[in-house]
Design a protein. Sequence first.
Lengths: 331, 155
Amino acid sequence: MTTRLRRAAIGVGLLFGVVVALPGTPASAGTDPEALLRGARDASEDAALAGVVEVRWREGDDLRSAETDARSREGAVIVGHGNNLAVGGENSRWSANDGIATRWGGIDSKQPPGPGSTWNLELDDDAEVAGRDAYVVVARDDDDTPRARFYVDQDLGVLLRRDVLQEDGDVDRSVRYTRLSAADVVPAVPPVPAFAPGPSPTDDFGDQFVAPARLEPGFRLLGRYEHPDGTVQLFYNDGLFSLSVFEQQGAVDWDALPDGGHGSVVDGERASTYSTAAGTVVVWGRDDLVLTGVSDAPPDVAFGAFETLDGTTDDLFTELVDFVLGPFGWN
Amino acid sequence: MSAEGMRPDALHEDALSAYLDGELDATARAEVEARLAESAEWRAILDELRETRGALRALPPVEASPAFWHRMLGDETVVDLAAARRAKHRRAPWKLAVAGAAAAVVIVVGVAAIPQRDKVKPAVASFTDAHATRSSLNEDVVSNLASVGIPGFGR
């Protein structure tokens, strides 16, 4: 059953008062893939950990890698150090580069879709990551092709590794602990840098910007933000992956883009695509807008979503299902 | 012109034509009018002249061709009057130059007035960090912030 049909069936059942057994309803958090991924969303903040995290990403035929360190305790998470630093606390984040920090706080966005709302989840054989036992959750698309693997610590519930897969099964991007200690760590508090004005949630931006509520195949708009320079950021999530589209008025200055991009096409428009540690980055222009898309989804999935940015019109029924199921995170 | 020298039979048409054209002095005009009063023939001729002139005036003007004037005058230097009139209506070169310059100014001003799209250099590295940081609010914090914690793209 496709994701859309399943959502529709659930919506009809609820609307007419019929009890429908939800596929994947947690029976046991320890072995249910959806419950494992839900629990891993917050486990890192709750645990006391110190470790080294490696990021691998594919650039053409090359597989690049870089390491950083991560520490967490009592709700605070610190990743990186020096000029490349990110700090997370309850419902707030700030990231700093070259001594200037950008803060995200007070974000009251919609709940993200459930991890299994777009993807078919199943448990694979157990594995070991950084010397720790892990459950392995495989996310498959509607063609039953594996597109991601998630390794969840069997003891702490922490996400130890995440692999994003290309269509042919090769790893496109991987983030994993290479060393991890769950001892009673005390993370060093980094010096607080100077804060620059950060993005703020907004519902009021010009008609020149586009903000569809959904992007294919299952990305839902969770927030709209305006940056101090006027850039509008749309933030989407499909339960497993997230995607941002940054919109600026004007025409792309192709000569000023960073090196390393390769030519591509989005929605019939010239584009430049980058493979980065954060995922796929695409810059293109359309209708007097400069659009920059960033996503940690598989590249073909991200491209498919960007292609639908011109406005997927949600029908009334879909909106109704979202309204009913949204608060439960089931849609 | 005086009516005295007119031969009454041969030249009465000339006298009447001059009379119709207002070319006679007061004395000659008085004599012609006296004749007209006495002679039915003169009155009939005067009526014919009036009708003939009216008919001619009613005809559309006909412009003679240059060949006609060549034949008539035998003058190689005769001017093509129609061509000369057309040339008169043509703009002089300096007028054309002024008109062209004015059109150019209008075009330049028009192009300048059309809003030009600003060239934008998207802050790709900052956007990447912003996305990763925002993602960490809904998803696993460490795996999302890891890309912020490493030097690399665009930095």
